[in-house]
Design a protein around this ligand. Structure first.
Ligand code: HEM
Length: 483
């Protein structure tokens, strides 16, 4: 802001910002006090709707640097050369809590990354976990209702959480992950990130590859125990947000080594797991993680509301050479985010400085709407036109996939080794004895408050199907707590 006197929104100087204007001394307030009315009215409109999920978060700008030649796999321009740098913005978040919730809670962390590329913004909207609770977008609103506040009590209820998970056995893998040691990261800097879904890469020749993204923290993994988190959440609800901002202020720029698992398109049909099922990982022994870059966060936003609260990320924001897979979760997300942005921030959300392309410009014929800033001036607003307007390119961003068969509510196809429990069991068996003990204790503490025996039993039954020892221990631990 420039120097000078305090003004109204219209720029007129303000004489008195301490006393509202009254009819006589001690009399009622006058409508002609426009400063008072303007201040109260603006204040009433300071909030926009919080994100329906991932409301609580923090963000920072950074740089992505390519460290390996991936041109055999994708024609994306920002990945075209070793050493090439792209500006980024990353927003971390928790999922279930409201805007003012504490950071140190057991919950997945969002890892939403915007690459400001010369071919437009590419958003990779992932989490700190490689898998998810469900495999079809049609279940997402129901799932989130069980994580949020109950319509009657207004609180999160163990009954709802475990009822849904018990009845959705495909959640067993993600729940086992969430109640393990990585379920409460010590900070946003000390956790990995994942694109989670399978995405399509395609090269200049149009060859297709399926990829999964991994962001390995260079700070090392650090987690909190349930007890440590309980204390920290009360003492410093903003712990993650503060840690990120202060580290960047100190010049300790957090970074992640970026890798991809690459599957040639021809493998997908016969791979032992359905490669488009979000409840499954691709074991590294099948498809190793190849390093492709480095992500560093090095600049804090100057204004949290403008740059973090109003930031928007959409899994539908692709660039040439990158596209979606048939993952049913991802397909639903391609719609959900743009729709949320139009509701939450408005139809011109992508004109805001944090959201618009930085390395190119958006050239559309969409115009007007609330808060339109007139950026297009008097240029024609239709295509094709004879006035030198922008033209379509004729080449799709991603390559087509072949489909066959009737329309219908088909479940996600099952491959040779797919079931709802195999990878949850493998994860459990990978854990050390101490890790297993903490996992069982965390789960038991969460299941014990469930009010109905059948709901608790069904939930425990899923873990027993993943691994008999897991189920036995959990049942004993829950029984001990319930008395
Ligand atoms: C079909 C399933 C899903 C639906 C319908 C859905 C929907 C949404 C919506 C509506 C928002 C709020 C967006 C906004 O207001 O700006 C959101 C935020 C978010 N979601 Fe999802 N989501 C789904 C699954 C997932 C999955 C599987 C992941 C991660 C792998 C994920 C990661 C995120 C993240 C990181 C944010 C916060 C983005 C930000 O920082 O602004 N979501 N989701």
């Amino acid at each position: 802001m420039t120097q000078g006197p305090l003004t109204t929104e219209a720029g007129a100087p303000v004489a008195d910002n301490q006393n509202s204007e009254t009819a006589g001394i001690g009399g009622p307030v006058l409508v002609q006090d426009q400063l008072l009315l303007e201040k109260l009215a603006h204040f009433n409109r300071e909030r926009i709707p919080e994100r329906v999920v991932h409301a609580r978060g923090a963000g920072a700008y950074g740089t992505f640097t390519v460290t390996a030649d991936v041109t055999p796999y994708t024609r994306a321009a920002f990945l075209s050369e070793v050493g090439k740098e792209t500006e980024t913005f990353l927003r971390f978040s928790t999922v279930a809590g409201n805007l003012g919730a504490a950071d140190a809670v057991r919950d997945p962390r969002g890892f939403a990354l915007k690459f400001y590329t010369e071919e437009g913004n590419y958003d990779l909207v992932g989490n700190n976990t490689p898998v998810f609770f469900i495999r079809d977008a049609i279940k997402f609103p129901d799932f989130i209702h069980t994580q949020k506040r109950d319509p009657y009590t207004g609180s999160q209820e163990a009954d709802n959480v475990w009822d849904f998970w018990g009845l959705s056995p495909e959640a067993t893998h993600q729940v086992t992950w969430l109640f393990g040691d990585r379920g409460i990261p010590a900070s946003y800097r000390h956790m990995d990130g994942f694109g989670s879904h399978t995405y399509q890469w395609s090269n200049e020749a149009g060859e297709v590859f399926w990829v999964k993204y991994h962001f390995k923290t260079d700070q090392g993994i650090k987690n909190l125990t349930a007890e440590e988190a309980g204390v920290l959440a009360g003492r410093d609800p903003d712990s993650h947000q503060r840690d990120l901002r202060e580290a960047i202020e100190r010049g300790e720029f957090p970074s992640w080594t970026v890798g991809v698992q690459i599957m040639p398109a021809a493998d997908a049909a016969t791979y032992r797991f359905n490669p488009f099922d979000l409840t499954k990982v691709w074991p590294h022994a099948d498809y190793p993680v190849t390093e492709i870059g480095r992500l560093e966060l090095n600049r804090n936003p100057r204004n949290v509301f403008a740059e973090v609260e109003q930031s928007i990320f959409s899994p539908a924001h692709f660039v040439p050479g990158i596209g979606p897979s048939p993952d049913k979760m991802l397909q639903g997300r391609l719609f959900a985010y743009g729709d949320a942005h139009r509701y939450r921030v408005g139809i011109n959300a992508d004109h805001l400085p944090v959201n618009r392309p930085h390395a190119t410009e958006a050239r559309t014929n969409s115009r007007d709407g609330f808060l339109y800033d007139g950026r297009h001036g008097g240029t024609k607003n239709y295509e094709p036109n004879s006035f030198g307007g922008p033209r379509q390119t004729g080449r799709a961003l991603w390559e087509p996939t072949s489909v066959a068969g009737p329309t219908g509510g088909h479940p996600t196809p099952v491959h040779a080794e797919d079931d709802d429990f195999v990878q949850a069991g493998n994860l459990y068996r990978l854990m050390s004895e101490e890790e297993k003990e903490r996992l069982v204790a965390n789960l038991a503490a969460a299941i014990a408050p469930v009010s109905r025996e059948d709901i608790a039993e069904r939930a425990i039954g899923n873990f027993a199907q993943a691994d008999a020892d897991f189920g036995k221990r959990l049942e004993a631990a829950v029984r001990a707590l319930r008395g």
